[in-house]
Design a protein around this ligand. Structure first.
Ligand SMILES: NC(=O)c1ccc[n+]([C@@H]2O[C@H](COP(=O)([O-])OP(=O)(O)OC[C@H]3O[C@@H](n4cnc5c(N)ncnc54)[C@H](O)[C@@H]3O)[C@@H](O)[C@H]2O)c1
Length: 247
């Protein structure tokens, strides 16, 4: 099938399901929230950036994150699905990485999703719900100038897999999606931030079988699959959606 073939009509897999989506002001998170709503879910969306219908919250801030968890549980009366989509990526050569920047990558990309899962755990145990977090193919491959991102996404990947093991016996599934390049503001900003003297032989080492960046819908579909009941036997999984990156 061609990659731009029309999609079949949407099912309604999430009627009245209670869903939280982070990073929903734009990019992938916005599409994920819209697709959940299109399938009948009640969605609380959040982001540090302001957008219509999105609850503002810096998820790296302990007090703000705790308040958001309380707000979402109050609004939804419980939780069936937590989608951790928010993330940051800033390229930097080793000599220019600062402790603050490295810390921020870990706070947003790893700590926030793990602590959100902790905060929503009781509600998810009650609903026998699930968590889907967006890692990256960068979590399992060395990428030049991308140390902060790769290291923080690797922490997320293994943190989520550990929680899958810990929460599995209590009926909660935990999975990750690892995308390759998606057409979103993040990849545009990240590419613009590559060092001027970047070694392009290193940057170009990983190439996808299907050329070009993916539309966010192609990755969002993977999140919805994992969150849905048809994936009831899938946990501790990392679903790679990257157009076949080989390196
Ligand atoms: N774009 C890609 O090529 C690509 C590839 C692999 C993985 N990913 C991952 O996909 C996810 C979505 O990224 P995207 O491409 O849509 O990028 P994006 O920059 O468009 O979206 C990320 C969102 O996260 C939000 N965010 C950042 N810091 C936050 C914080 N402290 N609190 C709350 N929200 C915060 C941003 O405001 C933004 O709206 C990220 O986790 C990213 O790492 C993206």
């Amino acid at each position: 099938m061609s990659t731009d073939a029309p999609r079949p009509e949407r099912p309604a897999r999430f009627t009245d399901r209670r869903v939280v989506v982070t990073g929903a002001a734009g990019g992938l998170g916005q599409v994920v929230a819209a697709l959940f709503r299109a399938e009948g879910a009640r969605v609380v969306a959040t982001d540090v950036a302001e957008a219509d219908g999105v609850v503002p919250c810096d998820l790296a801030d302990d007090a703000a994150r705790t308040a958001f968890i309380e707000h979402a549980l109050g609004e939804l009366g419980g939780l069936d699905v937590l989608c951790n989509v928010a993330g940051i990526q800033q390229f930097a050569v080793l000599s220019e990485i600062t402790a603050d920047s490295l810390r921020r990558h870990f706070e947003v990309n790893a700590l926030a999703p793990l602590l959100l899962t902790q905060g929503f755990a009781e509600a998810l145990i009650e609903s026998r719900g699930n968590v889907v977090s967006v890692a990256s193919i960068s979590a399992v491959m060395g990428q030049p100038y991308n140390t902060q991102y790769c290291a923080s996404k690797a922490a997320l990947l293994l943190g989520m897999r550990s929680l899958a093991v810990e929460l599995g016996g209590r009926g909660v599934r935990v999975n990750t999606v690892s995308p390759g390049g998606i057409e979103t503001p993040m990849i545009q900003a990240a590419a613009a931030g590559l060092p001027a003297d970047a070694d392009w032989n290193l940057v170009a080492k990983s190439q996808s079988v299907i050329p070009g960046f993916m539309p966010p819908e192609d990755v969002a579909e993977a999140l919805l699959y994992l969150a849905s009941d048809v994936a009831r036997s899938v946990t501790a999984a990392n679903l790679v959606v990257d157009r076949g990156v080989v390196w």
